[in-house]
Write a new protein. Structure first.
Length: 297
């Protein structure tokens, strides 16, 4: 019997996730009878039952559980291979950053990079908090500009650093102080990012003993709103503070807080000559006021 086809694996994957032929057929955009036949054909190819068929739906057999685990890996690898192959045939560089400091820098970098002779097309993808490293790892982006990320398995280049300041509601008692320390914030509620990573938890809290007990936020706009409402005190880059002057929020220096770090990330395995050129351009376009090593004393 011939080996299973990719189409059959995709059909099986959908059925295994839905555990219902009708829902799986709707998800795949095909009729139910050919989907049922394809699953039966796959079982005959493999010589095992993949599902136990019951009145109330389907249940994976032990063999089905094994195939599902392996099918997820195979289909992800295939999708990545297709994506990488298509990208190799196009003169295009995909770069990503989350809104804020990183996208401000990205705008300058892209403008300068596009002026390079024979520069490829740049596709900019605005991503959410914590997504940048994963997008580079799985091939959705060639380069990311990000801050304080888990860069394991990736090549990184520190582009710039800058001080962080405390963002407080204008009526907060600490707003009367000219300068604060991370110890001053220990009992203040800290906002929690929607996708927290262990690697940067203490960085965003400012102190390892500060609990993350504030409201969940998904971006800097939400962060400033919960600060203005008095629900949290946040550590933010000084440049973000400069761009968000508002009457209900005040900013105070926190000299002992770790500086905000902006990095370029890319996959060394997939690096192209243009990736290196882009990273070099990013280094030259980092603002002189926050460049790596300046003002850190």
């Amino acid at each position: 019997m011939p080996e299973p086809e990719i189409r059959e694996l995709r059909y099986f994957h959908a059925v295994a996730q839905e555990l219902n032929i009708t829902r799986a057929a709707e998800r795949l955009g095909i009729a139910q009878p050919p989907l049922s036949r394809a699953v039966r054909q796959l079982e005959r190819r493999l010589g095992v039952d993949l599902f136990n068929r019951r009145d109330n739906g389907l249940v994976l057999t032990d063999a089905g559980e094994v195939l599902l685990k392996e099918a997820v890996v195979v289909l992800a690898a295939l999708d990545n291979a297709v994506r990488e192959t298509r990208r190799a045939g196009l003169a295009k560089l995909v770069v990503t950053a989350k809104p804020g400091v990183a996208t401000d820098l990205l705008h300058r970098v892209c403008e300068r990079f596009r002026a390079e002779p024979d520069a490829p097309e740049i596709q900019v993808v605005v991503s959410g908090f914590g997504e940048q490293a994963d997008m580079v790892r799985d091939g959705r982006a060639d380069v990311a500009i990000a801050a304080c990320v888990d860069g394991r398995g990736l090549a990184t280049e520190l582009l710039a650093t800058e001080p962080r300041v405390a963002a407080l509601a204008s009526g907060h008692p600490l707003a009367a102080r000219a300068v604060l320390s991370t110890a001053d914030l220990l009992t203040e509620p800290a906002p929690r990012w929607s996708d927290p990573r262990v690697v940067d938890r203490d960085y965003w809290l400012g102190h390892p003993d500060r609990p993350a007990d504030g409201p969940i936020v998904r971006d800097s706009a939400q962060l400033l709103e919960v600060v203005a409402l008095g629900q949290a005190v946040a550590l933010v880059p000084s440049s973000l503070a400069a761009r968000n002057v508002r009457p209900d929020v005040v900013y105070r220096p926190v000299p002992d807080a770790a500086r905000y770090r902006t990095l370029a990330l890319w996959s060394a395995r997939r690096r192209s000559p243009w990736t290196g050129r882009f990273v070099q351009t990013a280094k030259t376009q980092a603002s002189p006021s926050v460049q790596c090593g300046r003002g850190s004393g």
